[in-house]
Design a protein around this ligand. Structure first.
Ligand code: NAD
Length: 274
């Protein structure tokens, strides 16, 4: 008689078995969803991000147990280039190097340009853009040596269009789309691809908090906040789920996506079709 273990696909059969995926900012939200999607396909994962150490350890262990993969964590503060270097060295030493690099960590601050705190500008540029330059430059030699690499930058619809009061975020996200295209051209003949995913609103704990805050601030119901405030520019009036971003990242890492490079792929319910 077949047991459940017999029916499980063998470890070796999973498409990303033998690959290591490092996902920055993967202690919550989109990054965690992407890390889970890679683990489900058999990849070793390296997590990064802030949060409660016990919760992070719990997440790491659950990833290992649910998906029968190795999962590592490095808590580098990506605003510091030396810390990025330490994280990449850790991934090399513990997980054998990075085959799939997902630059996802990001922060936001909203204010008019002439009131924008310079230290917030510097932090957003450092975390949302410069950290990706550092992870990429340090991951590339190993990818070239192994003859395979997938670089996936989580940009935003704001990498393609702007909104007022988000100058640093829009500048950083446009910047990462530019970095993605430049990189794609440089490595085009090396079986390394570079693409940007450009989500509109994705349902994460951060967005849930925004719904509650906006409902309170405007004294309007939750449904109205979603449709008239947050999803005003998103024609399908629905949040994408983190699993949808994870599924796209997994596809971009696959052999089927070998010719997709230098692209900025909107996952925005039609926002940037306006
Ligand atoms: P989130 O706040 O849930 O996750 C951000 C992650 O980045 C966390 O793990 C956090 O600990 C980490 N992080 C923040 N600062 C860091 C630092 N200095 N060093 C290391 N890690 C740091 O946010 P999210 O909504 O999941 O967003 C993830 C990415 O997706 C961001 O780049 C964001 O700009 C982009 N994005 C999100 C949405 C959305 O609607 N949620 C839409 C478009 C783009």
């Amino acid at each position: 008689m077949l047991t459940t273990a017999d029916m499980k696909p063998s470890k070796m059969m999973r498409p990303l078995h033998g690959r290591t995926a490092l996902v920055t900012g993967s202690t919550s939200g989109i990054g965690l969803g992407v890390a889970e999607a890679f683990a489900a396909q058999g990849a070793t994962v390296v997590l990064n991000g802030f949060g409660d150490r016990m919760q992070i350890e719990d997440t790491r262990q659950k990833l290992e147990q649910s998906h029968d993969v190795a999962a590592f964590y490095h808590g580098a503060d990506l605003s510091k280039s030396a810390a990025v270097g330490e994280m990449m060295a850790y991934a090399q030493a513990e997980a054998g190097g990075v085959d799939i690099l997902v630059n996802n960590a990001g922060i936001q601050h909203v204010a008019p340009v002439d009131e924008f705190p310079p230290e917030k500008w510097d932090a957003i540029l450092a975390i949302n853009l410069s950290s990706a330059f550092h992870t990429i430059r340090l991951a590339l030699p190993g990818m070239k040596k192994r003859g395979y690499g997938r670089i996936i930058n989580v940009a935003s619809a704001h990498g393609l269009v702007a909104s007022p009061f988000k100058s640093a975020y829009v500048a950083a996200k446009h910047g990462i789309v530019g970095l993605t295209k430049t990189l794609a051209l440089e490595v085009a003949q090396t079986n390394i691809t570079a693409n940007a995913i450009c989500p509109g609103y994705v349902y994460t704990p951060l967005v849930e908090k925004q719904i509650a805050d906006q409902a309170k601030a405007h004294n309007i119901p939750r449904e109205q906040v979603i449709s008239d405030v947050l999803l005003k520019a998103q024609p399908n009036k629905r949040f994408a789920q983190v699993s949808e971003i994870g599924a796209l990242a997994v596809f971009l890492a696959s052999e089927a996506a070998a010719s997709i490079t230098g692209a900025a792929l909107p996952v925005d319910g039609g926002w940037t079709a306006h």
